[in-house]
Design a protein around this ligand. Structure first.
Ligand code: SF4
Ligand code: SF4
Length: 412
């Protein structure tokens, strides 16, 4: 019977078919059954192909974790020269049992705005990673980074040097400016109300020092969505959600609306567009679609169902929501609207936005506790104190308690 390197045998004695390289892992094999892609199968294939002992050790330790129902990874600190963050450490607490898995650190690599890459850069990154690390890549992790998972401490610096020479930079970790994410925006999406890519790039340039050298109370994240569809899930997954919006009327192409009705029928228009407007801003006059733009809350539903026939208005900008985050101290929070509309067209607009953001971060650094997200600081001191502190005007659009369950979905 094949054995773990440490001499243990699987507790139930079942030995599934294995390649020559890996030890039997019957509990993990259960995760390979069923119709879904299995991370275990991918992991094993990579290990068999590359013959990296580190991968075998991690698979063995994972099997042991399933047997004992206990996790065995602990964090620590590894950095590269000139940086304070960007590497997430994983050290095995039972490295005497699984010495091949003693270190399995993650390099967070900064993604390009809109997650656009060319294939040459991606191939080069994969080759470099397979040379220095495990070869496992999460594209992209929850943080938005390219996650290069599995490297030993002694190889971190040389790996970083190689990817940095190829034009990549590390992402954020710890109490720092974290990696930002932007939707594809105007590069590929007709709904984009501002240039998410350009704004992301400028914010990244301004805050690069704060990404590399943690100096905040805790983490701070930007996410950029080109319209209220919020494809980056910025409201719940970022401290500063920058969401494209318009403040005039929805644009209507009457000919395209007629074509849509001729193709889909008036019943479809009534049942799937008009009746599903959350504020009853849509109605039918004869066979014409009428929009009461004063009642529209920019939910995007009608525009999504009738693309081309309806589109965002012409006077475009962004809405800013602050304080979104997952659990931590006071539970999950959606961002609170702090600026209902801000122009984001010129370089001066972008600079003004960055200055406002910097002021908010400075206020938070002065008023927040250690390990407290900006939304939690505002919750503790009150929205008025925050608005006074950063020089923003109160607005009727500011809701003290926005929806707080990020898992809620409406029925359609
Ligand atoms: Fe398009 Fe809006 Fe999604 Fe961005 S958030 S990709 S603009 S639909
Ligand atoms: Fe109604 Fe939403 Fe369309 Fe506005 S965008 S008119 S709220 S369905």
């Amino acid at each position: 019977m094949p054995r773990f390197d440490n001499g243990d045998t699987p507790e139930n004695g079942i030995v599934p078919e294995q390649g020559e390289f890996l030890n039997p892992t019957p509990m993990l094999a259960e995760l390979e059954k069923g119709p879904w892609p299995s991370f275990v199968s991918g992991f094993k294939q990579l290990a068999e192909r590359t013959r990296k002992p580190m991968l075998r050790g991690v698979i063995d330790q994972l099997e042991y974790s399933y047997q004992t129902k206990t996790g065995y990874w602990e964090g620590g600190l590894v950095t590269v020269r000139g940086y304070g963050s960007g590497v997430i450490t994983r050290r095995s607490k039972i490295q005497d049992k699984f010495p091949e898995a003693h270190e399995f650190h993650t390099l967070r690599v900064q993604p390009a705005p809109g997650l656009h890459y060319n294939t040459t850069m991606l191939r080069d990154l994969c080759d470099t990673w397979e040379k220095h690390g495990s070869g496992i890549i999460a594209l992209h992790g929850q943080s938005g980074d390219i996650m290069l998972q599995g490297i030993e401490e002694s190889r971190v610096q040389e790996c970083f040097d190689a990817i940095n020479q190829a034009g990549w930079d590390l992402g954020g970790a710890g109490p720092a400016m974290r990696t930002s994410v932007s939707c594809v925006g105007p590069a590929r999406c007709e709904h984009a109300c501002y240039d998410t890519l350009k704004v992301h790039f400028n914010v990244l340039k301004h805050f690069t020092g704060d990404i590399h050298r943690p100096s905040y109370n805790y983490k701070f994240k930007f996410k950029f969505s080109g319209c209220p569809n919020d494809c980056t899930n910025s409201i719940f997954r970022s401290d500063m959600a920058v969401i494209g919006i318009w403040r005039d009327s929805i644009q209507v192409d009457t000919e395209a609306v007629s074509t849509w009705i001729a193709r889909n029928g008036i019943d479809d228009l009534v049942n799937n567009v008009i009746n599903r407007c959350p504020t009853q801003a849509l109605s039918l006059a004869g066979e014409n679609l009428v929009i009461d733009n004063g009642c529209c809350v920019r939910c995007m539903h009608c525009i999504n169902v009738m693309p081309g026939a309806l589109s965002p208005g012409q006077e475009r900008g962004v809405a800013l929501l602050l304080g979104g985050k997952n659990t931590l101290k006071v539970g999950a929070m959606g961002g609170t609207l702090i600026v209902p509309f801000l122009k984001m067209e010129t370089d001066a607009d972008i600079s003004a936005f960055i200055s406002l953001s910097q002021g908010i971060i400075d206020w938070w650094n002065d008023n927040g506790f250690e390990h407290e997200r900006v939304g939690e600081t505002i919750e503790r001191v009150g929205l008025k104190h925050f608005l006074d502190g950063v020089g923003l005007q109160a607005s009727i659009d500011m809701v003290t308690r926005p929806r707080s369950n990020p898992y809620y979905k409406s029925e359609y």
